[in-house]
Design a protein around this ligand. Structure first.
Ligand code: ZN
Ligand code: ZN
Length: 66
């Protein structure tokens, strides 16, 4: 076993990442690779994870011309 500890969120032994913000050891499921932070910090910082929300789609979808 080369792991240094347990995930500090779910206490699974398969930690792979360290949060860039709080330094917590977290498992893959609780680490956001986009931000390099654990999910708790991600929630605190409030990163918009849905940049492709359907409401952002412009009305003129058929502006693609060849
Ligand atoms: Zn976890
Ligand atoms: Zn964190």
């Amino acid at each position: 076993m080369s792991v240094a500890g347990l995930c500090e969120i779910c206490e699974r032994p398969d930690v792979d990442h360290t949060c860039d913000r709080c330094g917590r050891l977290v498992c893959d499921r609780h680490w956001d690779e986009d931000t390099g932070m654990c999910v708790e910090c991600g929630a605190e910082v409030g990163q918009p994870s849905d940049r492709m929300s359907p409401e952002d789609m412009p009305d003129g979808v058929d502006t693609y011309r060849f």
